[in-house]
Design a protein around this ligand. Structure first.
Ligand SMILES: Nc1ncnc2c1ncn2[C@@H]1O[C@H](COP(=O)(O)OP(=O)(O)OP(=O)(O)O)[C@@H](O)[C@H]1O
Ligand SMILES: [Mg+2]
Length: 212
């Protein structure tokens, strides 16, 4: 393998992104792929500092525009210091959330609209997009229930109103529709092993691999 690949996992709270991402990372490693697992917001020291603010403060402590800019600032640091260098050396990068989450959360969830979010991305990153995006879809109440069982102090978005989460779900499905060249929607309400099989099937089909 000489060419880096960029795979992102997207979806609402508790959809199973981190769980599936770890399993895919392990499967790729097992197959001898140089793989970097990372996440947003965060993924580099400077970006993790911004993450701490974004995931743990009061729910409505910023104007939506300010919050959008914080996500973009964190992403710029992360892409410049982690994602790009890994892709340049030919590694595969598997990332827990990316630009689509900003479109869903700030564009749809906070009502900024997709245009501003997409234009900022274009200004900062040009046409840079993942090679494959797996969108884990499930009913909002099921996802939130899962996060409550798990428990975490990083719950700022979880604490937002149910309507906010419904807008996210709608937003992710719209994103998938409009970016069908790179996005696949998976039914995340299935059990973990079942979802994993669907993930592996997608990755194998997209990159002509034979992972299991
Ligand atoms: N398919 C599944 N069925 C039932 N429970 C699951 C499934 N996948 C993951 N879980 C459990 O649900 C919880 C949330 O999973 P996980 O942390 O992977 O979700 P996430 O999408 O990364 O959430 P967040 O958006 O909050 O980061 C965990 O306790 C995990 O063990
Ligand atoms: Mg997670």
């Amino acid at each position: 393998m000489t060419e880096g690949r960029f795979i992102t996992f997207e979806g609402g709270e508790g959809a199973g992104k981190s769980t599936q991402l770890n399993r895919l990372r392990d499967a790729l490693k097992q197959a001898g792929v140089d793989v970097v697992r990372t996440r947003e917001p965060g993924g580099s020291p400077a970006a993790e500092e911004i993450r701490t603010m974004l995931v743990s403060r009061e729910t409505h402590c910023w104007a939506p525009e300010t919050e959008l800019l914080l996500h973009c600032a964190a992403r710029f640091e992360h892409v410049a210091s982690v994602v790009n260098p890994a892709l340049m050396r030919g590694a595969w990068v598997v990332c827990d959330r990316f630009h689509d989450s900003t479109v869903a959360y700030q564009g749809y969830g906070h009502g900024l609209g997709t245009d501003m979010v997409d234009r900022l991305h274009q200004m900062l990153f040009g046409a840079f997009q993942p090679d494959l995006t797996l969108i884990l879809d499930l009913p909002v109440d099921v996802g939130l229930e899962r996060t409550q069982v798990r428990g975490s102090s990083e719950d700022r978005y979880e604490r937002m109103a149910i309507e906010f989460h419904e807008r996210l779900r709608y937003g992710f499905l719209k994103i998938a529709e409009q970016n069908s060249d790179r996005c696949v929607v998976l039914d995340a309400a299935k059990d973990e092993d079942h979802v994993y099989r669907d993930v592996i099937e997608c990755v194998n089909a997209c990159f002509s691999l034979a992972l299991d």
